[in-house]
Design a protein around this ligand. Structure first.
Ligand code: UD1
Ligand code: UDP
Length: 386
């Protein structure tokens, strides 16, 4: 029983990193790089919950993949993903016998991976721990995934002080919580320091040089159907009313998103539906934006570093720091509010000017090193196990 044997003060040396979706790969990459720099034996397992969204990231960040679980299916169900991760990860855990397993965030890969490790009594480290929306049903299923991982984790890597306090309030031992920042900022800085060779989007940005550019992304399950449809119609109508505005929308491959995007936005000359972009290309697009409109979690963390204002297409956010620092405004699932905020941003650029020069509450690019420092502190594993 690895867990029981390691309740003493020995830091892990052989660490299995489990990821499988786009944001997990981005946020894991700096941590894997840092563990390699610090001499850990790294075992990198790709659940492959995503396929096409993931492969360019693995290439970009040069992550070595030791095992791939191949779980993605077209139109997959949550239970299908969870079952396939549990089933396929177990023999890898048995074979590799890691000292610790790391998961990131709130995906089904993270939740099922933590459970698989728990069942084999392997200690779990949780990157981006302690985020809470307060509503167990939203974001769905992410809020519950995150809470479940917190129950199983031995190391909690909190991005912010608020995340630390949340975990503390829930009864997590203070010795096992570490404020590290979010490694997405490390990934962003790493990527901005390595600009791509090709012009992003095949020169589209040059063609849109004289437009105010909205970058749009949306993919959350709780918005599927009416809410997502109403948001996209509102954006279409806003673009129709304003000649100087254009939209670039890298469409998530989820069939629920692709269908509604094509139905509502296709054919509009100033709305450009494009394939999901490689990370450097997407950051180049964001850097050129006038306004971001998105339900993405990662974008809420990236926006302050890029100095871009963001309208959050969600009822709530488990990243209230983005709203409190002034970089983001919450739309709350209301098309009326979305329309009002779009018009407000169009008539008054004070918000954009304020966001352009702001510190990022989610970190400064040193999260990965701090996570490794925490893993190396013997007291953490011992305290959490106790
Ligand atoms: C998942 C995560 C969500 C995260 C998002 C990031 C869960 C429950 N959800 O949502 O937290 O914000 O990833 O993007 O873990 N697909 C492809 N190719 C891909 C990826 C997806 O075709 O590379 C299509 C497939 O039809 C797949 C569907 O998208 O079945 C949904 O993918 P899934 O991972 O289940 O959910 P996401 O909506 O991507
Ligand atoms: N992203 C990307 N290409 C795109 C859209 C997003 O590289 O076409 C990046 C984005 O910068 C962020 C991450 O993907 O780091 C967010 O992923 P997503 O919105 O799918 O998931 P979430 O953050 O909502 O979990």
């Amino acid at each position: 029983m690895i867990f029981l044997d390691q309740s003493g003060p020995t830091p892990p040396r052989r660490v299995l990193s489990l990821f499988g979706t786009r944001p997990e790969a981005i946020k894991f990459a700096p941590v894997i790089h840092a563990m390699e720099r610090r001499g850990f034996e790294t075992i990198n397992v790709n659940s492959a919950q995503h396929r096409d969204l993931l492969l360019p990231l693995i290439e970009h960040f040069q992550i070595r993949i030791d095992h791939s679980l191949d779980v993605m299916r077209e139109g997959q169900t949550l239970n299908g993903v969870a079952a396939r991760v549990l089933e396929a990860l177990d023999p890898v855990l048995a074979e590799c016998r890691p000292d610790a397993l790391l998961v990131q965030g709130d995906t089904t890969t993270a939740m099922a991976g933590a459970l698989a490790a728990w069942n084999r009594q392997i200690p779990v480290g949780h990157i981006e721990a302690g985020l809470r929306s307060g509503n167990p049903h939203s974001p769905f299923p992410e809020e519950m995934n995150r809470r479940l991982v917190s129950q199983m984790a031995n190391w909690h890597f909190a991005a912010t002080r608020r995340n630390w306090q949340t975990l503390k309030r829930e009864g997590v031992a203070a010795e096992s919580i570490f404020i590290t920042g979010n490694p997405v900022i490390d990934a962003l800085k790493w990527t901005l320091a390595r600009p791509g060779e090709r012009p992003p989007l095949g020169g589209l940005l040059e063609k849109l040089a004289d437009r105010r550019l909205i970058v749009l992304t949306t993919h959350r399950r709780e918005s599927f159907g009416e809410v997502m449809g109403a948001n996209l119609e509102t954006i279409r109508d806003f673009v129709d009313r304003h000649e100087d505005v254009a939209v670039v929308f890298p469409v998530h491959p989820n069939p629920h998103v692709k269908r509604v995007a094509a139905e509502i936005l296709a054919g509009n000359p100033r709305v450009h539906l494009v394939e999901p972009l490689a990370y450097p290309e997407f950051l180049a697009l964001l850097s050129r934006a006038w306004l971001l409109v998105s339900d993405s979690g990662g974008l809420q963390e990236e926006a302050p570093s890029l100095g871009k204002p963001l309208l959050i297409l969600r009822e709530n956010t488990e990243r209230p720091e983005a709203v409190e620092c002034g970089a983001a405004r919450l739309i709350g699932g209301s098309a009326v509010r979305l329309r009002r905020e779009l018009e407000k941003a169009h008539t008054d650029d004070a918000w954009a000017r304020k966001v352009a020069a702001m510190d990022n509450p989610f970190g400064n690019g040193e999260a990965a090193e701090r996570i490794v420092d925490a893993l190396l502190r013997p007291v953490a594993a011992a305290a959490a196990a106790a």
